[in-house]
Design a protein around this ligand. Structure first.
Ligand SMILES: Nc1ncnc2c1ncn2[C@@H]1O[C@H](COP(=O)(O)OP(=O)(O)O)[C@@H](O)[C@H]1O
Ligand SMILES: [Mg+2]
Length: 283
């Protein structure tokens, strides 16, 4: 199905009502093991139609594993996942993932990388010709269409990863620590870029991070994944107004929410710091 460039532009700038609605992602009683390692158990999580839920937890607690289950790439051992009311048993159209290490094809240019997912989804040539430049433009990469990943900074590569995911016009966006591999300044720029883009087209987003600040900045709610096996013992509502800006970061409310998430995670952070491979210290 092809749409005119004007319609697409209108779509990109439309501000649909941000009405509360039923969950688009529903995770119920999910558990996953790798052999003897029980990664998480009894995980319940819902993400609404136009909601960003940030999932925060220490390295190794199972964030990527949970995303891969939701993406349909990995079967869970217990529980169920529903997307738009349908049970997930394999990867499905309408769900896009952005990876920590960008996941770009090094032998493809920016335009070719962005086009790839559309081609795979069976988009017509005319649709690809119209969408690829629109989404490259949206993420600020206009003029870099014919550049290869190795010629770009990490930040630019992740903009490309974002354009590739957004070009699919996904109903669910899964983000796996998308800014963890870029430097601090670039990270901050990209956080606000993503918020700007999301404000243009709010969609269902599960944003995984190990950064408490980032979780509070991005999320409408912050889900904390912790323990062994990990669970989500607490989901914290983030009542900071949108659009969020750099001022948000300095507001007292931001500080108190960050503190609240930190208090939920701090025992876990200490345990993670002192964990030694293959040694479970007696408590
Ligand atoms: N394919 C796999 N086989 C065995 N163990 C794995 C595999 N993938 C991840 N793990 C282990 O599962 C745990 C959770 O990993 P992961 O989901 O990558 O955590 P996170 O993304 O939170 O850092 C870790 O202990 C990791 O070593
Ligand atoms: Mg991970």
């Amino acid at each position: 199905m092809s749409r005119s460039a004007a319609a697409l532009r209108a779509d990109l700038t439309a501000r649909p009502e941000r009405a509360a609605s039923s969950a688009r992602i529903r995770v119920a009683g999910l558990g996953k093991r790798y052999g003897a390692l029980e990664v998480f158990t009894a995980v319940d999580l819902e993400v609404g139609e136009r909601e960003i839920v940030a999932l925060v937890g220490p390295s190794g607690c199972g964030k990527t594993t949970l995303l891969r289950c939701i993406d349909g790439l990995l079967p869970a051992d217990e529980g169920e996942i529903f997307i738009e009311g349908e049970r997930v048993s394999e990867p499905r159209a309408g769900v896009a993932m952005v990876f920590q290490h960008f996941g770009l094809f090094p032998w493809k240019t920016v335009a070719e990388n962005v086009a790839y997912g559309l081609k795979l989804a069976g988009a017509a040539k005319s649709e690809i010709a119209e969408k690829v430049p629109a989404f490259i433009n949206l993420v600020g990469l206009k003029g870099f269409e014919h550049v290869y990943p190795y010629q770009m900074s990490g930040g630019m590569q992740q903009r490309c990863g974002l354009a590739r995911a957004l070009a699919l016009e996904p109903s669910v966006l899964l983000m796996d620590e998308p800014f963890a591999a870029v430097d601090a300044q670039t990270r901050e720029i990209l956080q606000f870029e993503l918020l700007r883009i999301w404000e243009l087209r709010p969609t269902t987003m599960l944003f995984v991070t190990h950064s408490i600040e980032e979780a509070v900045l991005m999320g409408d709610r912050v889900a904390v994944l912790k323990g062994r096996p990990s669970r989500i013992p607490e989901i914290i509502a983030v009542d900071l107004p949108r659009p969020r800006t750099r001022e948000t970061l300095t507001s007292p409310r931001f500080a108190s929410l960050r503190e609240q998430v930190w208090n939920t995670l701090k025992d876990e952070a200490r345990r993670a710091e002192f964990a030694m491979e293959g040694h479970e210290r007696s408590r």
